[in-house]
Design a protein around this ligand. Structure first.
Ligand code: GH3
Ligand code: MG
Ligand code: MG
Ligand code: MG
Ligand code: MG
Length: 313
């Protein structure tokens, strides 16, 4: 058999990085009864869920800041502040207004239920908690939170990442690339004469161009590459494992594909669009994010000056 090479190892690590699962969700449990904390933790802890348990109600605010949970399981009957009081306090903090809060309680009468929802809780579970029910309720809340968060990271028109989440993601991918000595190309794309598209064919036709750009960028390249609507008719992509040379070929194919698409204007006119792009890569241009963005932007400007519908690197 072929000896196991450094290259094999690098590739294995790369596959692991690419397949990296979304972060585990974190559930914070507050119950003054340590046995309850233990049972709840055991029922929820899994590959996808991590549980942090605390017993002191006065530590709740501090624990939120420290552990940044995705969901809170809250006991109602505790010495000191009640679960209701705590729930109201948590809801008064802007940062935690949307986190799911579930009460765990021995009381489930109508007065309790009304008080629970009035204090800002999303749901409650009766003690003793049924394992399957706890699991199901928590999972469905976590899934909804995850989807809402994902949506908040994306631009509504194109479905591409917004600038902030894109940059957060990019920083992590650049660190991976550097660790693995792999290239990474950053590309600044800008639709040519887009103001004229809007003026001539209408704003809605302009929007359709942007949506098409979003579709093209989302479906071309590798799945793990990053695409961002930077703003207006500007997009930034990060091609992992590609030098600028290679990225130019890939983007040239995308440009050719776009140029074949016929758009329809507001009076039925047919028209086509092109884009210009500027590329910067690591390691050639360094490994600093701000530098790569600046160089890609400068090269985009050069592509514009030199007549548009071209890619500069
Ligand atoms: P250049 O080739 O130099 O890039 O020229 P340009 O006309 O594309 O560039 P300019 O920056 O002058 O115009 C960009 C236009 O994009 C102006 C703005 O109204 C339009 N725009 C920005 N966001 C949207 C949007 O969401 N929808 C539509 N339809 N237009 C948008
Ligand atoms: Mg209690
Ligand atoms: Mg522009
Ligand atoms: Mg411009
Ligand atoms: Mg433009």
């Amino acid at each position: 058999p072929r000896p196991f090479s450094a290259r094999d190892l690098t590739e294995a690590v790369e596959r692991m990085v690419a397949a990296r699962r979304p972060e585990r969700s974190r559930v914070l449990v507050l119950d003054d009864d340590p046995e309850a904390v233990r049972v709840l933790s055991a029922a929820l802890t899994s590959a996808l869920v991590e549980v942090v348990g605390i017993g002191d109600p006065y530590r709740l605010v501090e624990a939120l800041a420290e552990h940044r949970p995705d969901l809170l399981l809250l006991d109602v009957e505790m010495p000191g502040p009640s679960g209701f009081d705590l729930c109201r306090i948590v809801r008064s903090m802007p940062e935690w207004r949307e986190m799911p809060i579930l009460f765990i309680t021995t009381h489930t009468g109508v007065e309790f239920r009304v008080a629970a929802f009035r204090s800002g809780a999303d749901d409650y579970l009766a003690k003793p908690v049924l394992r399957e029910e706890l699991w199901a309720r928590v999972q469905s809340r976590l899934e909804r939170t995850r989807l809402a968060r994902e949506r908040a990271e994306r631009d509504a028109l194109t479905g591409l990442l917004l600038r902030r989440p894109f940059l957060d993601n990019l920083r992590a991918r650049m660190a991976d690339a550097q660790r693995l000595s792999r290239p990474l190309t950053l590309g600044f794309l800008d639709v040519d004469h887009f103001k004229k598209v809007n003026d001539t064919h209408g704003h809605l036709a302009g929007d359709r161009v942007l949506m098409q750009m979003g579709r093209l960028l989302a479906t071309r390249f590798r799945r793990e590459d990053l695409r961002c609507r930077w703003g207006g008719e500007e997009f930034v992509v990060a091609l992992l494992g590609a030098t600028a040379d290679r990225a130019r070929d890939i983007l040239a194919r995308t440009a050719a594909e776009l140029s074949r698409i016929e758009f329809e204007g507001d009076k039925g006119q047919r028209f086509r669009v092109t884009f210009s792009a500027g590329l910067a890569d690591m390691p050639r241009d360094g490994a600093d994010l701000e530098t790569l963005l600046r160089l890609a932007d400068e090269r985009l400007y050069r592509a514009k000056v030199q007549g548009r519908n071209r890619i500069e690197l």
